[in-house]
Design a protein around this ligand. Structure first.
Ligand code: EPZ
Length: 428
């Protein structure tokens, strides 16, 4: 099993260009099933989850290929409306196929994706939305079939601005008869990117980025070309790493407007951030200052996907910080690992009380999920001594070769197979 071996204590320096956003590319790839001709999607990150999505599209009869960062999908010959359970179990985001397949074939069969390390992850809002559009939902064990002769536009209000439910309802409603409105919709930038892709295919969607999205159904969706937005969560991860290692890093190809809550919190922690169009310089020359209170919440508030990474910076700050997680009920699994590295963090219900310490120490730790894994890598880069991170398959789901990302910024980090690691131990 592969591990990451990190020699910490070096300030990160240099420039990094942003990859496309995983959480934008995945629903867009699913939506490509709606087109009656080939679509070209550029700036797609070369990630595990992307390849699982391409496997799913192929299993549904679409032609799907990836060269470099460009994906071509031709779903005009697509014939299947059931997603194989084996593929479904590999990736929760296969749920994004529900809306497009229901709109394309009038039926879709999926398997309950179940929970993951960070929470229960229910899909009741997805099903409620599709039912409101006229779909009949039949659940047999963990097998769910939705069917509708003709989807009809509807007014849908979400109890919670779920990203996935908003995206699935958008993708089903683009071919429904009449007008659909989604109120209390998610406002994440990835929703805006999906709206743009759908409209390039000929859909009529407005309002993404606000809490009300309106969709006028159309008969046909055609070929198009699209470029995926940069990954704001990878950008945020690099910003925190620059600050936690007291480094100076310049990010290229970012959209600062997607990171306002993150920039605000980092500046409150004393981090210097300079912005020039799509270039952002982050400098953490001095010890960070504690941030009294951070609450994760749907966009544009502080993102839950940067909670773990930010906790590393707060663990090294001066003073007491409180981090409240309100989106996922099980997203503090990195705390024990950080405490094993010398952090002083106490959890009470959905709040973490972080008393800053002057330094962290290398240790053998385990990634429990994607963002927790990224946080442990940052902690290892900032710590004194060597850190070994296990279970890095979680990290590969969301970062394109994280060791290259950080070694290009001067971090000493290597990916090893366990045997090689022992040899490294004796050589270093
Ligand atoms: C998306 O997940 C992202 N994934 C997540 O990123 C991100 O953490 C999340 O949005 C919130 O920003 C992708 O885009 C692929 P939600 P999603 O539906 O769509 C509850 C990462 O690290 N809920 O907004 O699954 C749910 O249980 C990943 O890249 C219901 O109760 O998130 C959760 O507590 C992790 N019923 C909350 O809402 C529903 O039907 C937020 O879920 C749907 C959701």
């Amino acid at each position: 099993m592969e591990k990451l071996v990190i020699e910490g204590g070096r300030p990160l320096q240099g420039r990094a260009r942003m990859e496309g956003a995983k959480n934008a590319a995945l629903p867009i790839l699913a939506a490509s099933m709606l087109a009656e001709g080939p679509v070209g999607i550029d700036n797609v990150p070369d990630l595990l989850d992307i390849h699982v999505m391409l496997d799913i599209l192929r299993s549904l009869g679409a032609a799907a290929s990836m060269e470099g960062r460009k994906v071509c999908v031709d779903a005009s010959k697509g014939f299947a409306s059931e997603i194989p359970e084996a593929l479904m179990s590999k990736m929760r985001s296969s749920i994004f196929l529900m809306g497009p397949l229901l709109a394309k074939f009038g039926e879709v069969t999926i398997y309950q994706p179940g929970g993951c390390a960070i929470g229960e992850r229910k899909i009741d809002l997805h099903l409620m939305g599709l039912e409101a559009l006229g779909a009949k939902i039949v659940e047999q064990g963990n097998r769910i079939t939705c069917s509708a002769k003709r989807l009809m536009g509807a007014d849908i209000t979400l109890d919670f601005p779920s990203v996935g439910a908003t995206e699935n309802i958008m993708m089903a409603a683009v071919k429904a008869e009449g007008i659909t409105t989604i109120s209390n919709a998610a406002r994440e930038p990835e929703i805006g990117d999906l709206q743009q892709f759908l409209n390039r295919m000929g859909a009529k969607v407005i309002g993404a980025g606000t809490d009300t999205i309106t969709i006028e159904g159309v008969e046909r969706l055609a070929s198009c070309e699209h470029r995926v937005i940069p990954d704001r969560i990878v950008a945020g991860t690099l910003m925190v790493a620059a600050a936690a290692t007291r480094g100076n890093v310049t990010l290229e190809g970012v959209v600062p407007g997607h990171l306002l809550s993150v920039i605000h919190v980092l500046r409150r922690a004393g981090v210097q951030i300079a912005i020039d169009d799509d270039i952002m310089n982050v400098s953490g020359a001095r010890r960070p200052i504690a941030v009294e209170r951070i609450v994760t919440s749907p966009y544009p508030a502080f993102p839950t996907d940067l909670q773990a990474q930010m906790m590393v910076l707060l663990a090294l700050s001066e003073g007491l910080s409180v981090m409240k997680e309100t989106v996922f009920e099980g997203r503090f699994k990195h705390v024990d690992e950080l405490n094993a590295m010398g952090a002083d963090i106490r959890v009470d219900l959905n709040s973490a009380f972080i008393r800053g310490v002057p330094r962290l120490y290398g240790a053998h730790v385990e990634a429990t999920d994607l963002r927790a894994g990224a946080a442990l890598v940052i902690a290892g880069l900032a710590a004194n001594g060597r850190t070994v991170v296990d279970h890095i398959h979680h990290i590969d789901r969301g970062y394109v070769s994280i060791e290259k990302l950080f070694s290009q910024l001067g971090g000493q980090i290597e990916r090893t197979a366990s045997v090689q690691q022992d040899r490294m131990a004796s050589s270093m």
